[in-house]
Design a protein around this ligand. Structure first.
Ligand SMILES: Nc1ncnc2c1ncn2[C@@H]1O[C@H](COP(=O)(O)OP(=O)(O)OP(=O)(O)O)[C@@H](O)[C@H]1O
Ligand SMILES: [Mg+2]
Length: 258
């Protein structure tokens, strides 16, 4: 399954969703490749506290794809990721085509390929959607972000690819568009609401995905909810809120149910 994480406006939380979703799926035992498809403004590596000067997409492009696995990085969480360096500029059609030609042989080795996409509906998004099975749209609960999320929804639909849903991020519950209205504007089901959470900022500063830094954080729990919504099932390894009490209770219930 190849999933494109997209948005209309920038800075809404695509990369945070891509990273945390990838880590959750890896924790579940899936093989996950996270592709930083935001080729002109890559951030995945920096969120992992890494500056990619070598083993990059553009290095592999220059070498002519001798061995595409040379550009795969492995995060301690088990997530594999691919990133451009900060030198990749001039994204013409040919370069975008070459990038995906280079990436495609990697895909069959993975259960999930998550594309952390760029904002908007330019040709980099076109190539990302072309190479995906479905898209998730990240947005914030305000009109500019929501109407541009609708635009992305129309773009993906025009490419005859399914939209799995929209994720509302940075939800504060105050002075903002509510879930039902947001869903009506975006014309896609809201499959998750991620609260605005200071734990996210702390995790970002430490170069850690928040679901690893603090699995009990409100944002982490919401990321688990999104993963469950996308998979259509409960996660086996989900860290429950409320400490060990919950897990003991679960052990007893599991024991009673055999
Ligand atoms: N739920 C949240 N709680 C607190 N801060 C958040 C949350 N979501 C995002 N942020 C903040 O917003 C910043 C931008 O998020 P992110 O990089 O994921 O956005 P993006 O959509 O990928 O941006 P771009 O369009 O530039 O790629 C994060 O570094 C973080 O500081
Ligand atoms: Mg991003």
């Amino acid at each position: 399954m190849r999933l494109a994480v997209l948005s209309g406006k920038g800075g809404v939380g695509k990369t945070l969703l891509s990273i945390n979703l990838s880590v959750i799926l890896a924790q579940e035992g899936y093989k996950v490749l996270l592709v930083d498809a935001n080729f002109s403004a890559p951030t995945v590596a920096t969120y992992f506290k890494t500056v990619p000067n070598t083993h990059t997409l553009d290095e592999a492009l220059a070498k002519g794809a001798a061995n595409p696995s040379e550009m795969v990085w492995i995060h301690p969480s088990g997530v594999h990721f691919v990133t451009p360096s900060f030198n990749l500029i001039g994204l013409d059609d040919q370069t975008l085509q070459n990038i995906f030609t280079l990436l495609t042989p990697l895909f069959p080795s993975y259960d999930f390929v998550i594309f952390d996409g760029p904002a908007g509906v330019e040709k980099d998004v076109y190539y990302t959607v072309m190479n995906s099975d479905a898209a998730v749209i990240v947005t914030n609960p305000n009109y500019p972000a929501l109407y541009n999320a609708l635009k992305v929804n129309y773009f993906v639909q025009a490419m005859k690819k399914p939209v799995a849903g929209a994720v509302l991020n940075m939800v504060t519950g105050k002075d903002e568009v509510k879930r039902d209205e947001a869903q009506a504007i975006v014309e896609a089901p809201i499959i998750g609401e991620i609260p605005y959470d200071p734990e996210v900022k702390k995790a970002v500063n430490l170069g850690q995905p928040v679901v690893l830094y603090n699995p009990n954080a409100k944002a982490s729990q919401a990321f688990y909810d999104v993963a469950e919504a996308l998979l259509g099932k409960k996660l086996k390894g989900r860290k429950k809120r409320g400490g060990t009490g919950g897990s003991w209770l679960k052990k007893i219930i599991d024991w009673l149910l055999g």
